[in-house]
Design a protein around this ligand. Sequence first.
Ligand SMILES: [Zn+2]
Length: 115
Amino acid sequence: MTNTIDRIISKSIPEPNTGCWLWEGYTIDGYGYASYKGKHWLVHRLIYKEFVASPDNFNVLHKCDQPSCINPEHLFLGTQQDNVDDMIRKGRQADRKGINNPNYRHGGRIEICID
Ligand SMILES: [Zn+2]
């Protein structure tokens, strides 16, 4: 029996706080895999193709950083470079909390010497 797109979606669980549709089926490295019309698909790519447009040679990336999410509204197209940039940006953000942030201000007043 061939999976329909509705059957694919029914294997995900909506996450009420984030709006993610979390894939409950088979995964590789956290990404959902399924067979659809005789081909094996990364589920988020399949969903993007069915709901938005064919991703062709582009990567389908997650705005929500949740690899198993298949909500088409959380997906966007990017190049491999975008993917790398995205990871670096998010990684740097994580490293720059508190005192690692160059804009960090310690609770005290900023003293300006004018003499
Ligand atoms: Zn999501």
